[in-house]
Design a protein around this ligand. Structure first.
Ligand SMILES: [Mg+2]
Length: 210
């Protein structure tokens, strides 16, 4: 009898192609030639590529593009993610979206998920931890806190910070990396690095049937 899994999923660059959408829009609107390697990159070289002065200026630009009227028509599910999630739902596993995005873009986040993963998530299965807030009173929890409270069996993220912390807390964690420069090396023992949603689907099948 397969085990029912409770799986937490990061959104940006785990479920949605946020890096490609944002850098692609920036290149069209501002004449840059950004690649994925300029994402989460706060070196002077990256500032030159963005044609912006520092990290906060890049954050402002990313925010501007995410709120742009054309963003919703361009953002898409990462290859094979929709098919894998739909199958997991049919098989009776429970899915939760756990994102660092701030509360004030909750409405847009719900729309993006519904557009790319129709009927997979509900309002009550979306958790936003406000990680980018400068106000410490606003940041409410870490991804590990949410994963622990939800009694997740598995967690998937593209950032080492979250993957390592959740894994250290004893929850089986997958680091998703489609050759992402920002998460090379340094994953803790126990974190499973996988490079495609086909591989993630196969791994989770194995976990459910252990
Ligand atoms: Mg992410």
């Amino acid at each position: 009898m397969p085990q029912k899994l409770r799986i937490g999923l990061d959104i940006d660059d785990t479920l949605l192609n946020s890096v490609d959408t944002v850098t692609g829009m920036n290149n069209e609107l501002y004449g840059t030639t950004l690649t994925r390697d300029d994402w989460f990159n706060v070196t002077p070289e990256a500032f030159v590529h963005w044609q912006l002065k520092d990290g906060p200026a890049i954050s402002d630009r990313v925010h501007e593009l995410i709120m742009h009227k054309d963003y919703m028509s361009r953002v898409a599910a990462i290859k094979d993610a929709k098919e894998v999630l739909e199958r997991l739902v049919v098989e009776g596993h429970e899915l939760f979206a756990v994102t660092s995005r701030p509360d004030y873009i909750r409405g847009q986040t719900v729309q993006e998920l519904e557009l790319c993963f129709p009927r997979v998530f509900k309002d009550e299965t979306l958790f936003m931890i406000n990680a980018f807030s400068a106000d410490p009173a606003v940041a409410r929890a870490t991804k590990y806190d949410v994963a622990h409270q939800l009694e997740l069996t598995h967690f998937i993220d593209d950032l080492l910070l979250h993957a390592n912390a959740v894994s250290d807390g004893g929850i089986k964690t997958i680091l998703f990396s489609d050759n992402y420069l920002w998460n090379q090396g340094a994953e803790h023992e126990g974190v499973v690095r996988l490079g495609s949603w086909k591989d993630i689907g196969a791994y989770l099948d194995g976990e459910a049937n252990r």
